[in-house]
Design a protein around this ligand. Structure first.
Ligand code: COA
Length: 356
């Protein structure tokens, strides 16, 4: 028996922000962003819309795509680093918004590797017999972090007021990471399949906590008493910090190594791969990882140009696009891989069934 992806879905908000837009509210330019990261546009959720809303929409699309109803889902796994509220996580909100039964609903973090960890958890739950139909969702609303979020009404033509000099300076201060991220959600249904050679065939997950601060949001946090204060906000400790070059260096080495490890576990080779669904943090990272693996560009698709880095949403959004575009052929060998905050990384090797 194998654990097979029988349905996928995605959902992104409709507010689209271009590089040209961003260059009106900070000291940057569209060419720099595109050349250094590959991002051209990103989607941004409206105020009041949380990752649970995007996750519920993506999840519903996946249930529908699998030809199921919400009553068939018996375990839910949600991954996000931007929950609707500090606690509880988004799993109960997604369960309720989708109208799922009173199922086990896991909240996991793992940031850019969240969906990868979710796939592995679903695989384990299905293989153990604890579940028959798992819904795994990665969802992110980074909008609230964005220093430039207050300029969005101006960018959307809903206000004539450009950023103040102070806001412009603050937007520029955070430009290295704030141009990279976007909002969105993707989802997959996993089910048992009678064919033991189809579905997830190997997975390797890794963590190295010595790199905890590669990308880090220091506050709110419970080493501080009180855990949140005006001093903490004044010091901007609620804003992400990122060691961009070190992240880059680690990602281009560790993702290909993880892919090679799962291939070796399965007794397969890089030449057997049809598609690599790689985390989209930077098009240059994806391209460098592809070169490390020694595969052609069409094997490692890129969609960061349209979405930016949607963190936990990235892998399932990309996989859903590929599947709906007919790019995941029957019998295709697919490697999912990601590297991100934690640091957490890894790869999952997947064989698409011969017939759906
Ligand atoms: C962030 C990243 C795009 C920066 O690219 P880089 O080539 O390393 O650029 P640097 O950070 O060295 O900055 C180079 C210059 O560009 C400037 N710069 C940074 N962001 C800019 C922006 N948005 N617009 C214009 N200039 C910018 C810097 O200030 C710096 O200027 P200086 O040389 O005068 O100091 C790149 O390091 C990256 O993508 N890293 C990985 C990020 C990642 O994986 N994040 C998600 C975690 S999963």
């Amino acid at each position: 028996m194998g654990n097979v992806i029988t349905g996928t879905g995605r959902f992104v908000p409709d507010r689209r922000i271009t590089n040209e837009d961003l260059s009106r509210v900070m000291d940057t330019n569209p060419e720099w962003i595109e050349r250094r990261s590959g991002v051209k546009t990103r989607y941004i959720a409206a105020p009041g819309v949380g990752p649970s809303d995007l996750a519920a929409a993506a999840g519903a699309a996946a249930v529908d795509d699998a030809g199921l109803t919400v009553d068939d889902v018996d375990v839910l796994i949600t991954a996000t680093m931007t929950p609707d509220s500090f606690a509880p996580g988004i799993a109960p909100l997604v369960q309720t918004k989708m109208g799922l039964g009173p199922v086990a609903a896991h909240d996991i973090r793992q940031q850019c590797s969240g969906f990868l960890y979710g796939l592995d958890l679903a695989d384990a739950l299905l293989s153990s017999g604890k579940a028959t139909t798992a819904l795994v969702v990665g969802a992110e609303v980074h909008a609230g972090y964005q220093p430039w979020i207050e300029s969005v009404p101006f960018l959307l033509g809903q206000s004539d007021t450009p950023p103040t000099a102070e806001q412009y300076e603050r937007n520029t201060q955070y430009r290295a990471w704030s141009v990279l991220f976007g909002d969105g959600a993707g989802a997959a249904i996993l089910q048992r399949d009678a064919n033991p050679t189809a579905g997830i065939i190997a997975s390797r997950l890794f963590t190295d906590g010595t790199h905890f601060d590669l990308i880090h949001v220091p506050a709110p946090g419970f080493t501080r008493q009180p855990y949140l204060s005006l001093d903490v906000i004044d010091a901007d400790l609620h804003m992400p910090t990122m060691k961009g070059r070190e992240l880059f260096r680690q990602a281009v080495t560790l993702m290909p190594q993880a892919v090679e490890a799962v291939l070796a576990d399965a007794g397969l080779a890089v030449a057997d791969l049809d598609v690599v669904v790689a985390h989209q943090a930077n098009a240059r990272i994806v391209d460098a990882a592809r070169k490390q693996l020694g595969v052609d560009a069409e094997v490692v698709p890129i969609n960061i140009d349209r979405y930016g880095n949607t963190t936990a949403g990235t892998l399932p959004i990309l996989f859903d696009e590929l599947r709906r575009d007919g790019k995941i052929q029957p019998g295709a060998l697919v490697a999912f891989t990601a590297f991100g905050a934690g640091a957490h990384w890894g790869a999952v090797l997947y064989r698409e069934p011969e017939a759906r």
